[in-house]
Every structure is written in C-alpha cells, then in structure tokens.
Design a binder for this molecule. Sequence first.
Ligand SMILES: *[C@@H]1O[C@H](CO)[C@@H](O)[C@H](O)[C@H]1NC(C)=O
Length: 209
Amino acid sequence: MLRTIFFLSSLLIISSHASVQDFCVGDLKAPEGPAGYSCKKPSLVTVDDFVFTGLRAAGNTSNIIKAAVSPAFAAQFPGVNGLGISIARLDLAPSGVIPMHTHPGASEVLVVTQGSILAGFVSSANDVYLKKLKRGDVMLFPQGLLHFQINAAGVNSIAFVSFSSPSPGLQILDFALFANDLPSKLVEKTTFLDAATVKALKAVLGGTG
Ligand SMILES: *[C@@H]1O[C@H](CO)[C@@H](O)[C@H](O)[C@H]1NC(C)=O
C-alpha cells in the first residue's frame, strides 16, 4: 500500500514536471535558423503571444499592384514559431493583383471573405489551375508552385491565407527578374525578352544594371 502511494506520488511529480513542449514562442532577439527561432522562456509567455491583432485593418493598397499582403508569420507573430502554421491577410483594391509568386516553404489555403478573386497556380508540369472565387470559397496552392490572385470584383476584395509553415517565404517572380541588379543582358538571355521590355520593366520595378 505504502509502495503504491509512493509510486503514484512520484508519477504526479513526474507529470507536473513533464517535458512535453506545448509551444515555442519565438524569441526574435536571436536569429532564425532552419528550425525557426529559439523559444522565449515559458515563464515570460502570456496570452498575447498567441493573439495577433495586426490583421484587423486593411493593408495599404495605394501602390503599383493595388494590393497588400499583411503577414502574420513567425517574424510578426512569434507564437506560430514551431507550430508549422501561419496566416496572412490579402487586400485587393479594384483591379488589384498579387503578382505571380511562390512560397518556397509552405502550401497555402485561401478563403475569400469579401468580394471575388480570380486565383490560379501553375504546376511543375505547367498545367494551369484557374478559378474565380466568391466569398466563402476556399482554394489550395501547393507548396512551391507559382500562383497569383486578381481582384475579380468592382469593390475591395479580402482573403485570408494560411500556410503550412511559420515562415513560408515569399518570392515574387517579377521582382526576382526586374527589381534587382541582375545585368539586363542576363535577364534578356534567361527570359527571351527583348532589351526594351527588360528596360521598361526594370524602370517600373526599380531594377538596375
Ligand atoms: C499608403 O501608402 C501611400 C504610398 O506609400 C502613402 O502615400 C499613404 O500615406 C499610405 N496611406 C496610409 C493610410 O498609410
């Protein structure tokens, strides 16, 4: 009997000091590694580490794409660190577009909450998957594939997108080609575009070289 009580109480002690890690709120003071950020000390974690209010307001769509992406990735929302998920808000003004882009580190699921969005992705086989989405509709974009979203309504459209990674990454195709100092000759050579087109696109997107 005594032994049983002793055994049970040691179990209780063990379970109250269980090493299961419920969460790993990112400590943004240290650099992010391949496995994410290191963990904030659990005693310093509060409910606000698990709440993000930055998606309440529309992003600023007064820009060349007439659209805004507001991310709640690990860098903005450290609570998602280590959990394999994150979220963002898309705002598209009339004729707004999220240009052709890829998230190297995550698949994406999009839900339209206002307006209508024409969305599509291109597979590795170069097949096109294209759909005009209405409010409440959901579409998937598999990891790494090029995709885009275009406002298909005459009013502001909104979507929320969640990702299968706390740091999905975002690479915009036109920025990779025309918004840096990759020499124009090499851009022409690798895209088959003529010099005038490359020059015009670099001028719009801020590329040099
Ligand atoms: C939105 O961005 C534009 C262009 O950068 C800027 O002029 C404007 O003040 C911004 N609006 C708000 C509400 O921040």
